[in-house]
Ligand binder design. Structure first.
Ligand SMILES: Cc1cc2nc3c(=O)[nH]c(=O)nc-3n(C[C@H](O)[C@H](O)[C@H](O)COP(=O)(O)OP(=O)(O)OC[C@H]3O[C@@H](n4cnc5c(N)ncnc54)[C@H](O)[C@@H]3O)c2cc1C
Length: 382
């Protein structure tokens, strides 16, 4: 890839958020967009995620982002001309107390007001949607049929190839080591391959975003949190088409089209942890939950188990927008939902930077909300 010492926009971080942002910037007319990735494509959280996509959220902002992202995902293969592995088996949310079910029902009111056709379902209906389900201890269920998952590798590569065709440069093995500022505005970046002058710099470095922000003297409240996940050998395809998810039960479980079951749960206490190590405790606890909900999995083997980082914020909502340093933007803090939100987040940030009217007003996601104490607490997360 040809190295240029000047760029219109430099994006730090080449995961799904950086790649989608680059694609839409180029599509809306920004030239010389450069993405810097210290490792390789999908080496960060994107290549380690569950890749679920949903619109069943508990805050208005996430509902708006979630349904707009679904609209994009549903037309993405046509737009990018490559497969993304989209599979819409729905999300079945499971409540284990009346209080939790009330919260899910409140979420449905909000969602339906925003055009998201989620609904409550009975245990019998839940078993029609997920034939292998054993959830007689659950109090209630909600379901949205358009939710699902896509392949994070296919999606990233589809966006990246389309971005490259529009002139985007993607530099692998290129770390951003400094952000240069003159007066109150950003002027460029230092990298392991040399300096680049830039009009705009965007921090899309996921769980490392706090470190990258600090290169320009900006303090972000983000932290990296290690999450484990595993996949089993295949069982009969079609026994669990939806993503099963419970916030109090602390799990997400979904069958891939070829039969394997992918599942994860969150560590307790939101620890700060940059390692990608795995533990026996996770396999033991996760298997117990999996076997109980889907007894068909009782005698099967785990084929792979790995970990990745959530880029956490104090309210579980992302940080999108300009900082106190002019032309230095952030698109970070996506917690456990950055894969699904990346298409719409990338699109809207690119619209802001190209004077196109944004599809959604993202001003509430400004990072100064933490100092003001105006947190956007998302209830629908584990
Ligand atoms: C186990 C697990 C399950 C998940 N499940 C889901 C799910 O079901 N649905 C969903 O939507 N999301 C899910 N997520 C969250 C999702 O993976 C992330 O929110 C999303 O991938 C964030 O994308 P990103 O581009 O911000 O981060 P990343 O993919 O981590 O990309 C950031 C990149 O920045 C690079 N970088 C860092 N510092 C520098 C630097 N100084 N210079 C150059 N490059 C740098 C890193 O190498 C990295 O590749 C899950 C995450 C995990 C860990």
């Amino acid at each position: 890839m040809e190295w240029k010492n000047r760029a219109d926009v430099v994006i730090v971080g080449g995961g799904i958020v950086g790649i989608t942002t680059a694609y839409y910037l180029a599509r809306f007319g920004r030239r010389d967009v450069v993405v810097l990735e210290k490792n390789t494509v999908c080496s960060g959280s994107t290549g380690r995620c569950g890749a679920g996509i949903r619109a069943q959220w508990g805050t208005e902002m996430n509902c708006r982002l979630g349904i707009a992202a679904l609209d994009i995902f549903e037309n993405l293969e046509d737009e990018l001309g490559m497969p993304i592995g989209l599979n819409q088996g729905g999300y079945l949310l499971i409540a284990y107390s009346e209080r939790e079910f009330d919260n899910l029902r409140k979420g449905i009111e909000l969602q339906r007001g925003l055009g998201i056709m989620s609904r409550t379902v009975t245990l019998a209906e839940a078993r029609e949607i997920c034939p292998a389900l054993d959830a007689s201890d659950a109090v209630g269920f909600t379901y949205h049929a358009r939710d699902g998952h896509a392949d994070p590798f296919l999606t990233s590569f589809a966006y990246l190839e389309a971005a490259k065709k529009l002139g985007v440069s993607y530099h692998r093995k290129t770390e951003c080591t400094g952000i240069t500022v003159k007066g109150d505005a950003v002027t460029g970046v230092d990298t392991t391959k040399g300096h680049i002058d830039a009009d705009v710099v965007i921090n899309c470095s996921g769980a490392y975003s706090q470190i990258v922000a600090k290169l320009a003297g900006i303090d972000l409240p983000n932290w990296g949190e290690r999450h484990e996940i595993m996949i089993t050998e295949p069982v009969e395809p079609g026994v669990c088409p939806p993503m099963l998810m419970s916030f109090s039960g602390n799990y997400y479980i979904q069958q891939r089209p070829h039969g394997s079951i992918i599942c994860g749960m969150s560590p307790s206490g939101h620890p700060q942890d940059f390692s990608n190590g795995t533990t026996w405790q996770f396999i033991t606890e996760m298997s117990r939950v999996l076997n109980k909900l889907l007894p068909v999995t009782k005698e099967i083997r785990v084929v792979r188990h790995w970990a990745g980082l959530y880029d956490m914020t104090p309210d579980g909502s992302p940080i999108i927008g300009e900082t106190d340093i002019k032309k230095f933007y952030h698109s970070t803090g996506y917690s456990g939902h950055g894969f699904m939100l990346a298409p719409i987040a990338g699109k809207v940030l690119a619209q802001q930077l190209t004077q196109v009217t944004p599809d959604i007003d993202l001003r509430v996601l400004d990072y100064r909300r933490f100092a003001r104490g105006e947190l956007i607490m998302e209830p629908n997360i584990t």
